[in-house]
Design a protein around this ligand. Structure first.
Ligand code: ATP
Length: 592
């Protein structure tokens, strides 16, 4: 799994600003203007306290009773309008930033090599794209925006305080530098706690998605209580981490309260003495106190916002870790398009290992154009691995895989994969209409082409019997269809793709005789005229193939036609005999 390398907060913030925030500079500038108007209006109230007290109460000035309320109303209206405009602008920017980042991360993920997906539980990825993105959203729309607003408000209020009495202002600010150290400490703790919490959310999500998918197994083995206990343990772990992070966050408020209390007390003592000694007016003193009290809330907000910001940074760190992972399988620089002349595939001395485990050791294999080659061999022999190297789901460690003489690593992935159709035993169907599932990969295919593909795949009749025909939505993974129907949809999809190379991973589960006959006939039509590599589990498939290749332990141990291999009396002959003994034994299961 791609773990984030804890970057410095500054580097993260710089990256966020440069790549996410900068594109919205104009909206942000408008929001900043609104913020300034709002902050100036707030400072305006504090400033107005002085004339209200001095002119009305001391000088008994009647005209100020008309002018001052008018000014107050103007300030309130200006602040209201500015606040609304600012909230709308910043809300838009915050949501946009997160939506764009989510889309970018997904688009990056979907291009990753299979090694990445095998090492990362899908639930964990879902958690990063949803839960981490939500934390980032909270940080961007509340913390970042509130941060700017609180800072601006404080700046204006501090200006009023210095204007009224600079000495008093200096005295009342003695406490604030003291806040920096504990705040930085809390920030670090919150970020660490947030990172761990999000890891825990990922584990929980990964577990949930696995358990929900495996619910049939859980019920069949009466493991409900066991799985509930596992879920509880994960939920408790999340609870512990969340409470720890909340405790760290909650510290910020009280620290600021104590400091603000100290500042206000000092101001009362010092300022009170100034008024009593006649060195300042009560109006200036109250204006000062108002500014100080008004500044208290934004300063307290800043402390809370710091915590949200740290959580957002932890989330950004995890999202960026996904974005920064380069796929092991990529287009080479200046990739050419694959030029298909006949569609012949060749493996030349191919070695491949999954980490330290060798899976293929020196495979030399020709798949002649327009012919069908069957792969058989015991489970774990390396058949799927061979197949996965052609569309570059993995890259070879040594040797070459070529199509019409072109190394698959030197041509563009899009043209390479565009020349290949894949029909695998675990048929992948989406919760969409039958038509969209068949036309997957060719969404613009006209309806009659889709229909012809379905007819060749012996799927048209059952599709027409569905409630809405081709427009029937088939449920997640095609749950509303039978195994044979799902396979025929996959065949129809490959028919429509009409690619010169066909990779077929035959289903091991047997269908009833009628379904089987339909699937086999459809497959035979699909294979015609293409270069086919089939992982064969059925005798009939091997018999129909032009050549059969027997794999064992990552090596080719026999090859030839059915009769030739039988006559040789080796592994193939043993597999064959075993299948004759036991009709249900697939050809690929362990050798005698
Ligand atoms: P089967 O008929 O059971 O599907 P196979 O012949 O297709 O088997 P492969 O799937 O190619 O066999 O696997 C070859 C070897 O590589 C096996 O020993 C398997 O355990 C190992 N292997 C396969 N996939 C991975 C993976 N993602 N990570 C690590 N090892 C793997």
């Amino acid at each position: 799994m791609t773990q984030p390398t804890p970057g410095t907060p500054l580097r993260l913030v710089t990256r966020l600003l440069r790549s996410e925030v900068r594109p919205h500079a104009r909206r942000l500038a408008a929001a900043a203007l609104c913020m300034m108007i709002g902050a100036a209006a707030t400072a305006g109230y504090a400033w107005l306290t002085e004339p209200v007290l001095n002119r009305v109460f001391l000088d008994h000035d009647h005209t100020s009773l008309i002018v001052l309320p008018f000014l107050v109303m103007t300030l309130f209206i200006a602040k209201g309008v500015a606040d609304y405009a600012e909230a709308t602008l910043l809300g838009h920017v915050g949501q946009r930033i997160v939506a764009d980042l989510q889309a970018r991360v997904f688009s990056h993920l979907v291009r990753q090599d299979l090694t990445f997906f095998h090492g990362t539980p899908s639930g964990e990825l879902v958690a990063r794209l949803t839960s981490d993105a939500n934390h980032l959203r909270a940080a961007v729309s509340t913390a970042l925006t509130g941060l700017a607003k609180s800072v601006l408000t404080c700046v204006f209020l501090v200006a009023v305080m210095f204007y009224q009495d600079w000495a008093l202002a200096a005295v009342s600010f003695f406490a604030f530098p003291l806040a920096v150290v504990p705040m930085a400490w809390i920030g670090r703790r919150v970020r660490r706690a947030a990172r761990r919490t999000q890891e825990s959310v990922g584990r929980f999500a990964a577990y949930l998605s696995e358990a929900i998918r495996g619910v049939r197994l859980i019920q069949a083995y009466v493991m409900e209580a066991h799985e509930s206990a596992r879920a509880r343990a994960l939920a408790d772990d999340l609870f512990r981490r969340l409470t720890r992070s909340q405790r760290a966050r909650a510290l910020a408020g009280p620290i600021m309260e104590v400091l603000a209390g100290a500042a206000i007390s000092v101001v009362i003592v010092y300022g009170g003495n100034q008024v009593i000694g006649g060195r300042t007016t009560p109006g200036a003193f109250f204006s000062f106190i108002t500014a100080l009290l008004l500044a208290y809330q934004p300063v307290k907000n800043l402390a809370g916002l710091n915590a949200s910001l740290q959580e957002g940074l932890a989330a950004a760190e995890r999202l960026y870790a996904l974005l920064d992972r380069a796929s092991l399988v990529r287009d080479p620089p200046g990739a050419r398009a694959l030029d298909i002349t006949t569609g012949a595939v060749r493996f030349a001395d191919v070695h491949f290992s999954y980490g330290p485990r060798s899976a293929l050791a020196g495979i030399d294999l020709d798949l002649p154009a327009g012919r069908t080659t069957a792969l058989v061999g015991p489970s774990g022999a390396g058949k799927s691995t061979i197949m996965n190297l052609i569309p570059r789901f993995y890259d070879v460690d040594q040797g070459r895989v070529t199509i019409d003489g072109q190394d698959v690593r030197e041509v563009s992935l899009a043209t390479l994969r565009g020349a290949i159709a894949l029909v695998s035993q675990d048929v992948a169907l989406f919760d969409d209409t039958v038509c969209a599932n068949i036309a997957y990969g060719r969404p613009d295919a006209p309806m009659d082409t889709v229909r012809r593909a379905a007819e060749s795949a012996a799927a048209h009749d059952f599709i027409m019997a569905l409630p809405s025909g081709y427009d029937t939505v088939i449920g997640e993974g095609g749950v509303t269809l039978s195994g044979g129907q799902r396979q025929r949809l996959a065949i129809a999809r490959a028919m429509l793709r009409d690619a010169p190379i066909l990779l077929l991973d035959e289903a091991t589960s047997s269908l009833d005789a009628e379904s089987e006959r339909l699937v086999q006939a459809a497959l035979a039509r699909l294979c015609r005229g293409r270069t086919v590599l089939v992982i064969a589990h059925r005798l009939s498939t091997v018999r129909a193939a032009d050549t059969t290749v027997v794999i064992e332990g990552g090596r080719i141990i026999e090859r030839g036609g059915h009769a030739e291999l039988l006559a040789r009396g080796g592994t193939y002959a043993r597999l064959y005999a075993r299948q004759l003994d036991d009709d249900s034994a697939p050809l690929a299961v362990a050798t005698g």
